[in-house]
Design a protein around this ligand. Structure first.
Ligand SMILES: [Cu+2]
Length: 136
């Protein structure tokens, strides 16, 4: 399993900042909440297939898809197979593999899995700097 996008980490934190950082990372490990530098979307073998199925993140947040299943999946922006620009396409993400999205401007990005068209998700990148949310 490869990890990336740790560029937000710095070593010159004062102690409260360091504690906040560690707390942020522990929240990141929980699938229900994701604060901090990296927003993770989990590929799943059953509905809703992408979790959270509607991810809403502020612009600039690194976004990663993680595949803990035993089969290959993709996270392919719908524009890649329809008319329009192909803003992101993971290609095949192997079991236990990850894919990091390129930085995206604010907007709505419906995407799907090319291997399993039933797998559909929506990524919304907002202009605000509010905390990431899984709410609609
Ligand atoms: Cu799939």
């Amino acid at each position: 399993m490869s990890r990336s996008s740790k560029s937000g980490m710095k070593r010159d934190f004062h102690l409260p900042g360091l504690v906040a950082l560690i707390f942020g990372f522990s929240l990141l490990m929980s699938p229900a909440q994701a604060y901090g530098p990296l927003f993770t979307i989990v590929m799943e073998g059953e509905a809703p297939y992408f979790f959270p199925v509607h991810a809403k993140v502020p612009t600039g947040t690194p976004i990663q898809w993680k595949n803990p299943t035993a089969t290959y999946h993709t996270a392919t922006y719908d524009g890649c197979v329809a008319e329009g620009p192909c803003l992101f396409d993971s290609g095949s993400v192997e079991p236990n593999g990850t894919y990091s999205a390129p930085s995206l401007p604010p907007g709505r990005y419906p995407y799907h899995c090319q291997v399993h068209p039933i797998m559909r998700g929506l990524l919304t990148v907002t202009e605000s700097t509010a905390s990431p949310s899984t709410n609609l």
